[in-house]
Every structure is written in C-alpha cells, then in structure tokens.
Design a binder for this molecule. Structure first.
Ligand code: GDP
Ligand code: MN
Length: 388
C-alpha cells in the first residue's frame, strides 16, 4: 500500500529525517491559508498523488507570491494528473501540500528497498538525484551505490559513514547522513515498509541535508498489525478496478491488454498470461477467484472484469481441485443472464466435476467457446476477441 508524500514526510520526520516546514490543503483557500502560515516566500505547491514524476507533469511548482500559489492551486484541485508513472489513466488531485521553498545546492537519491535476491533490506543511493531511479539506472548506472543491511545487526555506523563518504559528503553532513540513514532504516523495519525513497535528498545552500520528497510503501499482509498505517490509505489513488475487486474478496490486478482472465490460483494465472502472450495477445487483468468459488462469486468475477472498458474477450481457465467445474459453469451461465454479455467467452474447465461443468455449458444453449488445454484456450481467446 502506498501513501502520500506529506504522510511519508511526517512519518520519516518523526524518526529523525529533516524535512521542510509545510501544511496540507484540501482547497485553494486552504492553500492560501497555509502560505500565510509560512509567511515568507517562495513556496512550493505540490499535488499529492500516489506517483512520482509530478514535477515534470506540472504537479509541483515553486511560487514566489501568495497570489501565484493560490492561482496555481486553483488549477491543481480536481485535475487528473498524468505522469510517466501513472500512464494514460492519471490520478485525481484532492490534496495539495504547501511548504517553504528550499535553496538547493545539490540533489541526491536515497532509497531503501527489499532485495529479494539477498533477502535483505538494500540501500540504493546516488549523487545524482531528482530524476527517477529507473532513469538513473539506465543512464548513469555507475553513480548507483548499493549496500545490503544484515538483519542480525541492523544498519551499523561504519556502513552509514561509508555511504556518506561514497556520496562525497563532508564535515557535519556525515553525521546528518548517518541520522537520515538510521531514521529511514528504523521507519522501514518498524512499520513493515517495503520501500522508502527520498528523491531528492538535497544539500541546501547552507550545506545541510534535507528530504524534499518522500515516498513509502507498506506490506499489505502486515497492515492488520499497523492500524495507524492502514488509516493513511487513500483509495481515490488506487486503480478503481482493483478497489472493487478487493471489496469483493477477489485478488485482481489490472493490466493494459484486452483479454479478461478469470482463473483459480496465482500460478495458473501467471501461466495463462504467459500463454496469452505466446499466442500474440495481451491480458487485461489477473483475476484469481481462489478455491471453492460459488456461482455467485464467479458471476462477481465477470462483473469485475467487465468493469474494464478495454476487455474484448473473457478467458475462464479453471483447473479445479477444491473448485467445482459445475459451480464455475453455473456462474458463467449466471453472468450471461445477469450482465448482458456482448463479448465472447472462452472456457477451459478441467478437474473436479469437469463433465458436469461442460454439460451445463452445452445445455445452456449459450455461445460459449470451450477448449481442452490451456494452450488451446489462449489461442482461441486471441482469435475470437472483438477488437474495437
Ligand atoms: P516528483 O517529481 O513527483 O518526484 O516531485 P518532487 O517532490 O521530487 O519535486 C520535483 C522537483 O521539483 C525536485 O526534484 C526539485 O528539483 C524541484 N523542487 C521541489 N521542491 C523544491 C524546492 O523547495 N525548491 C526548489 N528550488 N526546487 C524544488
Ligand atoms: Mn521526487
């Protein structure tokens, strides 16, 4: 789960990371109020959306006067901000952060991520900040410094110092960097984060370190024991397709293709996506109905997949163990009756009660295309899709 920049700054600030003074606004009038609290300009007005790349997309502006800040904020509220990371869908701006502008001498990059290979928290840092990490990795890979933290001892001083030196810091900046690193590491491990990113971490004109931007993501599976983090959830920033699915207890991930997938089990879902790609298609989603799915649940899965306008065919691929193919078939028939289906459906039902399931589909008189194998089903789905 992602949170907003201002929330991440507040959390990291509590752990000891220095951040600029500022305040949150829910309207242009509140922006004007927050600007007055800061008193002296210039100010930075920042759209709060769950995405980086806001600066380039026009969502961050340094404003010299109250009027400029107010005018800019008027434009920002209600806007759908499209960044490199959001893609065409964009994210709506409902909250705006206002802070005192900083005199920047240098922008650096600092990130804490989970490195699955070493099974440890890894620090990634660079002298060159401000641009996205993906771009850094591509264009200036030599500037990236990576450091793995041993969970038995945590982040130790000499490691933090080594990193500070590698970044070219000197004098009091070394101690400040150690503080920043330890604070990020504590926040990361104590709050079940999966990512902490400060980009840019700047050296101010006066020579001090300051976090100008902050991003944190948290492990969904740990939210049950982090109610204070769960309270920061902003569902307006989530993919609406995924939000509806999670409310219905379905595991759903929205993708960019046009083949809607209803599958049981994550492994089979991934195999199906590979097969679709191999057949020359693109999946629109990844939907896992889980085990023992009732006809109602299957029908709900159809409703979720159909809420994506890009879907031009639905592929149902079930390898039933705990599931029952007859229930799945009943769910498909129910979806036809209730949802006014206008696109083709390809079904591959295999396993428990498969004969009963196929019979139900056959007897329904509906034009459901059936396949015996996964490869066949994927090819069929690619062949029959109705491309607009
Ligand atoms: P992002 O584009 O979503 O990552 O948003 P950031 O918060 O990182 O802001 C983008 C860029 O705006 C930064 O890399 C800075 O160059 C610039 N910026 C942000 N805050 C300030 C500030 O206080 N002063 C100045 N001069 N530039 C700023
Ligand atoms: Mn940034």
């Amino acid at each position: 789960m992602d949170i907003h920049e201002y929330q991440a700054k507040e959390i990291l600030g509590r752990f000891g990371v220095p951040t600029p003074c500022g305040g949150l606004a829910w309207s242009p009038e509140q922006v004007a109020y927050q600007v007055r609290q800061i008193k002296e300009g210039p100010f930075v007005v920042k759209a709060q959306v769950h995405s980086g790349g806001r600066g380039e997309a026009g969502g961050v502006k340094v404003c010299k006067t109250d009027e400029e800040a107010h005018l800019y904020a008027k434009n920002l509220f209600g806007m759908e901000l499209r960044t490199k990371q959001t893609g065409a869908r964009g994210k709506d701006v409902y909250r705006v952060w206002v802070e005192e502008a900083t005199d920047i001498a240098k922008e650096m990059y600092l990130g804490f991520v989970l490195d699955r290979k070493s099974e440890r928290i890894m620090i990634v840092a660079s002298k060159e900040g401000g641009v996205e990490i993906e771009q850094l990795a591509e264009e200036q890979p030599d500037t990236l410094i990576r450091m793995v933290i041993d969970p038995a001892v945590g982040l130790v001083d000499y490691q933090a110092r080594e990193l500070a030196f590698a970044l070219g810091l000197s004098g009091p900046q070394i101690g400040q960097m150690i503080t920043v690193l330890k604070a990020c590491h504590s926040a990361y491990s104590e709050l079940d984060a999966t990512m902490v990113e400060i980009n840019p971490l700047v050296i101010t004109g006066a020579g001090d370190l300051l976090a100008l931007d902050a991003k944190m993501s948290f492990d969904k599976n740990a939210l049950y024991r982090r109610p204070e983090i769960l309270a920061l959830r902003d569902s307006s920033q989530e993919d609406p397709r995924e939000a509806v699915a999670s409310d219905n207890g379905l595991a759903y991930v929205g993708l960019n293709g046009d083949i809607g997938c209803i599958i049981n089990g994550a492994g089979l879902a991934m195999a199906t996506m590979d097969m679709i790609k191999l057949s020359g298609g693109e999946p629109a989603n990844f939907l896992d109905i889980g085990g023992g799915a009732s006809p109602d649940r299957v029908c709900q899965a159809f409703r979720t997949v159909l809420s994506d306008q890009n879907v031009s065919v639905i592929l149902v691929n079930i390898f039933a163990g705990i599931n029952r193919c007859d229930w799945i078939a009943e769910g498909i028939v129910q979806a036809y009756e209730q949802l006014d289906l206008k696109i083709p459906v390809v079904a591959r039902l295999s396993g428990t009660n498969e004969n009963e399931g196929r019979n139900i589909l056959r007897m329904s008189g509906l034009e459901i295309k059936t396949a015996e194998t996964l490869a066949e089903a994927a090819e069929l789905a690619v062949a029959v899709r109705t491309i607009a």
